[in-house]
Structure formats: structure tokens, C-alpha cells
Design a protein around this ligand. Structure first.
Ligand code: GLV
Ligand code: GLV
Length: 328
């Protein structure tokens, strides 16, 4: 019999069809079915799984999955997978780096600019009928050109944001657990700094690092206190990196000018204190959301799954294996 694969929600039928060449495929029609016991049940007789950030897969979900050998995540971040628990069971995990880099960098830059120039705040104000005429003192924002961009997490996406910043005449500083090779620093025109110094120096700080338990609330009250009161904070990474109550305190007290958030600790729930802040741009985890990019993510995930399960041109060598993440 052919190996069995579970696809956890409808993605793109034409791309998923490549799985039918090798596998017996079971598809779940709705993401709302993905309670832990439903995931465990779906994995129970699967050899492989194509999953998304909607699916949390840890020790409990794979406990009864005796045949499972590969889990392909459609997403670059994979904190929805307990990679250690999977590895302990000999289950290979993959993600989708590379294909979403530029689209996600575009969005990170846009969100930073929207926060700095108060674009959504201004639109809400206009739609509320409060605009009485051009106002010299209305809605003054922060400069982008000529300012200092701080990037925390200088992987592919961080580097993409740094390259965009050059066009805006920004000075680019970054912190990463490992310094980039000099040639890459030159290409990005970016200089490495200690994390504490980055918080203090940045006019606009953008988070693009993976979430790990060691990075939990890496932006806490103490980190926010280091930032300039005129600065902005943008995150397109994972919600758990920021202490959202501490951020709301800083935004309300005027100790931080503005924030742009695409990710939230309890998403889809958004901290009500953030919802109450005017000076934060809130978007529903859409940084990689363009049709070509979402298609490329599914395509890479399919390639990964086929290869991880020992089929196709890359049999046994999936293009993007993940390893347990480490702190930045
Ligand atoms: C989206 O957040 C991703 O990690 O791909
Ligand atoms: C990881 O998220 C990256 O920057 O590619």
C-alpha cells in the first residue's frame, strides 16, 4: 500500500496534486477541526503530514502516530512544532525558508513605515469624520529617511529589510546571536551591536527573529525602557517575543511613539490594551500573504514532504530540514 499523508487544510489543489503521485492523501476540509485530539486522530495512521501554523504538533499529538516519519510545515517559523519531541520519535520536520523572504521583508518595511507615519491612525481619524481641514500640526510622525533602523534577528528576512532601508537612506544596525560575515554586512550596509545597545540606538526597531523559549518576552519592560521615546517597534516574527502589557504601558505613557504588530501572543485574540492604543498598527499575521508567495510556500512544503518520505529527485534529502531553534 502507498504511504499515507494528511494535509491539514485545503491549500492549492494543483500543487497538492503532486502528493497524489506518491501517496494516499487525506485532506481535512476546515481548519476549525484542529483541536489537539483531532490532530492526534489525523496523525494516528499517517506516514507524513503537511501542516500549517494552525496546527500545534507536540508529544501528545504524535504519541499514537506509530508510522509518522515526516511533518512538513507550510511556514518559515515552526514554533507550532515541538521539534525535540518529533526528533525523539525519529520524525523529520521541515519548513519553508527562502521563498517568502522578499514578500515578508516588503511587509515588515511597510508596517514600520505605517507605524512611523501614523497611516492607519490617520485613516481611522479621517473615517471618524474628525478632519476639519488641513492642519499644520496634525498627525506629525517620525522620520524614516536618515533615521536609524535596528533589526533584531538578521536572517534572510532581516537582511531583506536592511537592503530596503538603504534606498531610504537609513543607517542600519542589527543584533544577531552570530555576527554576519563581513561581506554580507557590507552588502546590507549593516553594523552589528549588542542587543541592549540596539534597543537604545534604534529610531525604528524591527523584530525578525524566531520564537524560542529563550526568546520569550525578549522585548520586556526593561528592553522598552532602553528605547527612545520617539522610537517605533515593529514585529513580523512571533507574538511571544513581546511582553504586550509592557508594550501597552509604554505606548500609553508616551515612552514609545508607535508600534506595528503583525503577530500576537494569543492570536487570533489581541490584547485588549493594545486594541485600545491609537498609536499601534495591528494586522492579522499577513506578512507572507501574497498569492505567489503562498503558492511557493506550499510548493516547497510538498517538495520537502516528498523528499523526507524518501521519494522524488531529493529522496532522503529534503531541501529545508529544521533543527531545534536556538536563542538569538
Ligand atoms: C509565518 O509566520 C511563517 O512563519 O511563515
Ligand atoms: C527567518 O525567519 C529568516 O529570516 O529567513
Amino acid at each position: 500500500p502507498r504511504p499515507r499523508v494528511w494535509v491539514s487544510q485545503p491549500l492549492y489543489a494543483d500543487i497538492e496534486a503532486r502528493l497524489d503521485e506518491w501517496f494516499e492523501v487525506t485532506r481535512t476540509p476546515r481548519i476549525t477541526d484542529h483541536a489537539p485530539d483531532a490532530i492526534a486522530a489525523a496523525l494516528a495512521d499517517a506516514d507524513g503530514a503537511l501542516v500549517t501554523l494552525n496546527d500545534r504538533i507536540g508529544a501528545a499529538e504524535v504519541a499514537g502516530a506509530k508510522r509518522l516519519c515526516a511533518v512538513a510545515n507550510v511556514g518559515v517559523g515552526y514554533n507550532n512544532l515541538d521539534v525535540d519531541a518529533l526528533a525523539a520519535r525519529g520524525i523529520v520536520a521541515t519548513n519553508t525558508p527562502g521563498v517568502l523572504t522578499e514578500t515578508t521583508a516588503d511587509f515588515g518595511f511597510a508596517l514600520m513605515m505605517a507605524a512611523a507615519r501614523r497611516i492607519t491612525e490617520a485613516e481611522h481619524w479621517l473615517r471618524a469624520g474628525r478632519w476639519q481641514g488641513w492642519g499644520f500640526h496634525q498627525l506629525l510622525g517620525a522620520e524614516i529617511h536618515g533615521s536609524t533602523l535596528g533589526i533584531l534577528g538578521m536572517g534572510r528576512i532581516g537582511q531583506g529589510i536592511a537592503r530596503r532601508a538603504r534606498g531610504f537612506g537609513m543607517r542600519v544596525l542589527y543584533h544577531n546571536r552570530n555576527r554576519l560575515p563581513e561581506a554580507v554586512e557590507r552588502d546590507c550596509a549593516a553594523a552589528w551591536l549588542e542587543r541592549e545597545a540596539l534597543f537604545a540606538e534604534a529610531d525604528h526597531l524591527v523584530l525578525v527573529l524566531p520564537y524560542t523559549p529563550a526568546n520569550h518576552h525578549i522585548v520586556d519592560a526593561a528592553a522598552l525602557a532602553r528605547m527612545k521615546p520617539t522610537a517605533t517597534l515593529t514585529s513580523i516574527a512571533r507574538g511571544g517575543l513581546i511582553d504586550e502589557d509592557a508594550l501597552a504601558d509604554a505606548l500609553q505613557a508616551g515612552r514609545l511613539a508607535a508600534a506595528g504588530l503583525d503577530v500576537f501572543e494569543g492570536e487570533p485574540a489581541v490584547n485588549p490594551r493594545l486594541l485600545a492604543c491609537r498609536n499601534v498598527v495591528l494586522t492579522p499575521h499577513i506578512a507572507s500573504a501574497s498569492l505567489p508567495t503562498r503558492r511557493a510556500m506550499v510548493s516547497l512544503a510538498v517538495d520537502n514532504l516528498v523528499a523526507a518520505m524518501g521519494f522524488g529527485p531529493d529522496a532522503g534529502r529534503p531541501p529545508s530540514l529544521v533543527t531545534p531553534p536556538t536563542a538569538t
